[in-house]
Design a protein around this ligand. Structure first.
Ligand code: K2U
Ligand code: ZN
Length: 180
């Protein structure tokens, strides 16, 4: 067995558009799901760090449960967040535009307008109720991941013209990669 890094077998494949599981409307995490969430969350974090990325939502690894992981500074001092059953309590009327990408649409980027500040309520892995107020990249990332839990992708916030351009380019890139 080649000397694979210790956490390599932890990695989960990240689903790519147009996989229908990315369009799932995820169901709330209940007490019966605790073991699955506790088993998946660390593997989602490993897969996210390896991508690299700063966020990953359960449907991106094929789980239709409402939870996501986020870590804005994976390199320096990792500060992983696991957000279970997250919901937006408040969003600013003020918006911000930021270029977004998505691990499920590799190589595709576009400007997306979203509320500049959001307040989320969620449960952490211990089940404790938490709240977080975010602005900047964290606000963008949390809203991007929360969209995933409703089967919404960042391209759904674009004009149909831009969305179709990205989908065509992605299909071409993935076909070319399959031929390599
Ligand atoms: O959900 C995902 O696919 C991970 C996303 C999260 C994200 C998208 C847009 C803006 C912020 C976060 C990204 O692929 S993570 C890659 C990345 C890294 C640094 C800055 C922005 C995006
Ligand atoms: Zn994404």
């Amino acid at each position: 067995m080649p000397d694979t890094p210790p956490d390599a077998d932890l990695l989960l494949p990240i689903l790519l558009v147009p996989d229908p599981r990315l369009r799932a409307k995820c169901r709330p995490v209940g007490p019966g799901d605790a073991d699955q969430v506790r088993a998946l969350a660390p593997r989602m974090l490993e897969s996210m760090y390896r991508a690299p990325g700063i966020g990953l939502a359960a449907p991106q690894v094929g789980s239709a449960l409402r939870f996501m992981v986020v870590d804005l500074q994976p390199e320096e001092k990792p500060d992983p967040m696991v957000l279970v059953n997250p919901e937006i309590l408040a969003a600013s009327a003020e918006t911000a535009v930021r270029e977004e990408g998505c691990l499920s649409l590799p190589g595709q980027y576009a400007d997306v307008t979203r509320p500049a500040r959001v307040k989320l309520r969620f449960q952490d892995l211990t089940g404790a109720r938490r709240e977080v107020e975010a602005e900047g990249l964290l606000a963008t990332c949390l809203q991007h991941e929360l969209d995933h839990l409703d089967g919404v992708l960042f391209i759904d916030h674009l004009t149909p013209l831009k969305r179709n351009m990205i989908l065509r380019r992605l299909a071409k890139d993935l076909k070319a990669k399959a031929r390599e």
